[in-house]
Design a protein around this ligand. Structure first.
Ligand code: NDP
Length: 281
């Protein structure tokens, strides 16, 4: 029997996840279906309950529901008897992007950080160990990847955000996790240069250009924008200053591959899927 999966978001029409999981399933001979589901902004929990009743095996969760997904599983975790658990990455991020439905139990995972790190290390052949990293943003995406970045033992990691308090909160939550020099600042206080600069803000598609000093790029720096499919102002600025540039398509595919592995126990090949979805920009 075909096992059913889905991605829940709002909006969702743009999602590439159904295409990605279809390619993974064909490649690995898995009998699954995977559809995109638009949940009302106040209807995430009801949507998950419906999927569980209809015997779906799991779902991906995207904007704006990752925090709600985490809270849902935490509530199940606190229930008597326990009906859910979040893994460590989801717990630290306070956000879940992958839910797995068992008969009376739900697992919550966050695969964004694993996806980003795999893309940088495997697809862009850049080591994170010993490097100076700048993480721009302190929202859901930044908090989802921070722990995985720190696990790679960078020398220094700076979180820059428009609202300094949010960056400070992330700093507090993660400071004990790593030997890295972890610091925070606003964009106007940025100084020094970085080997890897990750844009995890949501300014991507807009014309807004975050004012960055041109001195932030170390020689051979990689500028990584989590946004994908177009040349963002950040990518343009980074290219003009000699950095190698990358968009977030690889992260999207790699985080999906990790979810597929959690659900199916098989790791799909991501290289051909990334190549198939690449749009020249
Ligand atoms: P959030 O809304 O949680 O966070 C938004 C972040 O952007 C905050 O740090 C916010 O700063 C900052 N920001 C927004 N507007 C401005 C501005 N005008 N100037 C400076 N900073 C600004 O969004 P997410 O973290 O969930 O998503 C961020 C991006 O990451 C999105 O583009 C999303 O598509 C992408 N993403 C990509 C993934 C992939 O697989 N490729 C996976 C997950 C996310 P402040 O705190 O000051 O408001």
């Amino acid at each position: 029997m075909t096992d059913k999966y889905a991605v829940i978001g709002n909006p969702i029409a743009h999602s590439k996840s159904p295409q990605i999981h279809k390619m993974f399933a064909e490649q690995t001979n898995q009998d699954i279906s995977y559809e995109a589901i638009l949940a009302p902004l106040d209807g995430f929990i009801e949507t998950v309950e419906r999927l569980r009743k209809e015997k779906y095996k799991g779902c991906s969760v995207t904007v704006p529901f990752k925090f709600e997904a985490f809270n849902l599983v935490r509530a199940l975790q606190d229930a008597q008897p326990m009906q859910g658990v979040c893994n460590q990455l989801a717990t630290k991020a306070g956000a879940a992007n992958t839910l797995t439905f068992h008969q009376n139990f739900v697992n919550g995972d966050n695969t964004d950080g694993i996806g980003l790190v795999r893309d940088i290390k495997q697809n862009f052949q850049q080591l994170l160990k010993g490097k100076h990293i700048l993480l721009m943003g302190a929202g859901g995406a930044a908090s989802g990847v921070l722990q995985s970045l720190l696990h790679e033992h960078p020398k220094k990691l700076t979180i820059a955000n428009r609202t300094l308090e949010k960056a400070d909160k992330l700093h507090q939550l993660h400071a004990h996790l790593s030997q890295a020099e972890l610091s925070t600042c606003t964009y106007s206080d940025l100084n020094g240069s970085f080997d890897i600069i990750i844009n995890a803000t949501s300014v991507g598609l807009s014309d807004i250009e975050i004012p960055l000093p041109s001195t932030i790029f170390a020689p051979n720096a990689l500028a990584y924008d989590m946004m994908y499919g177009c040349e963002t102002p950040f990518i343009k600025f980074s290219r003009e200053h000699g950095a190698q540039v990358a968009d977030g398509l690889g992260m999207l595919v790699e985080q999906a591959a990790e979810a597929f592995f959690i659900w199916r126990g098989i790791r799909p090949n991501t290289t051909q899927v990334i190549a198939a979805l690449q749009i020249p920009w």
